[in-house]
Design a protein around this ligand. Structure first.
Ligand code: GEK
Length: 241
């Protein structure tokens, strides 16, 4: 995967438009997500191990909001079960075009598709991954999506849900935000870059509390949700059918 440095918000944007997953973002996305999401590489590594543990023979695996396909690649590396394929879906044509250019090994069991996951059919699934994607779906559409995924999962199948969360405790929220900003500064993002990106993401990335996520997962029919990862406001659950 190419690692072009992210300088998208290094100079003042006037006006500052809403964040979109266009060609400019796709071109720097690998660098952007690694410098912005604490533990991203660890989460990818664990997606391999989770896939190895929960994938079922002759089933489908889904990477919903796949961007450049990094999670799909991690899943493929963990996959030892026969007869499986990984459906990697993103609505951004720029992301899918670049993912196709990155994932060229014909032996990879990955099928890349440009589609909106809000209407995506989920069938015969054993592992479904939403790695920092649900936060970009309108909150009122989230329950329907999680329910459709649960209905498409086989018994014993799992959903991996990774999200940036908010806290309902103001002091905790402030501390986690400060720590995340320190993380970004340590990764060579300037104050201008941090603040312009934050403003561009308002109303686009909508974080919710852990409680809201758990209540919704239960309403969608998941029986056990294990929080297996947290670093600052970045969390991941394995949710069981
Ligand atoms: C990774 N999972 O590297 N339908 C399809 N795709 C969507 C939709 C939608 N309705 N809404 C947003 N996306 C990846 C990282 S990034 C997370 C995921 C981030 C896509 C959007 O185009 C983008 O590629 C992705 O979800 C979110 O493990 O940028 O923080």
């Amino acid at each position: 995967m190419t690692l072009t440095a992210d300088h998208l918000y290094a100079t003042p944007h006037n006006p500052l438009s809403r964040f979109v997953f266009d060609e400019r973002v796709a071109a720097v996305f690998s660098d952007m997500i690694r410098r912005s999401v604490p533990g991203y590489a660890d989460i990818l590594h664990m997606l391999s191990l989770i896939t190895r543990r929960y994938a079922q023979p002759d089933s489908q695996l889904y990477d919903l909001g796949c961007s450049l396909g990094a999670a799909s690649l991690a899943m493929a590396q963990g996959l030892i079960q026969p007869g499986c394929r990984i459906l990697a879906i993103d609505q951004s044509s720029a992301m899918i075009a670049r993912a196709k250019a990155c994932l060229t090994d014909p032996d990879l069991p990955i099928v890349l598709q440009q589609a909106d996951i809000s209407t995506q059919q989920i069938d015969n699934a054993s592992v479904v991954v939403l790695n920092f994607t649900l936060q970009f779906i309108r909150p009122e559409q989230r329950l329907a999506l999680l329910t459709r995924i649960r209905q498409g999962l086989r018994p014993g199948g799992v959903l991996v849900l990774s999200e940036k969360i908010a806290s309902d405790d103001a002091a905790e929220q402030a501390e986690l935000e400060a720590l995340h900003h320190a993380y970004k500064r340590a990764n060579a993002y300037s104050e201008l870059e941090i603040s312009q990106k934050r403003t561009a993401l308002e109303q686009v990335l909508i974080p919710e509390t852990r409680h809201t996520h758990i209540v919704r997962l239960q309403a969608a029919g998941y029986h056990r949700c294990t929080l297996w990862y947290q670093h600052c406001q970045f969390v991941s659950w394995v949710a069981h059918t």
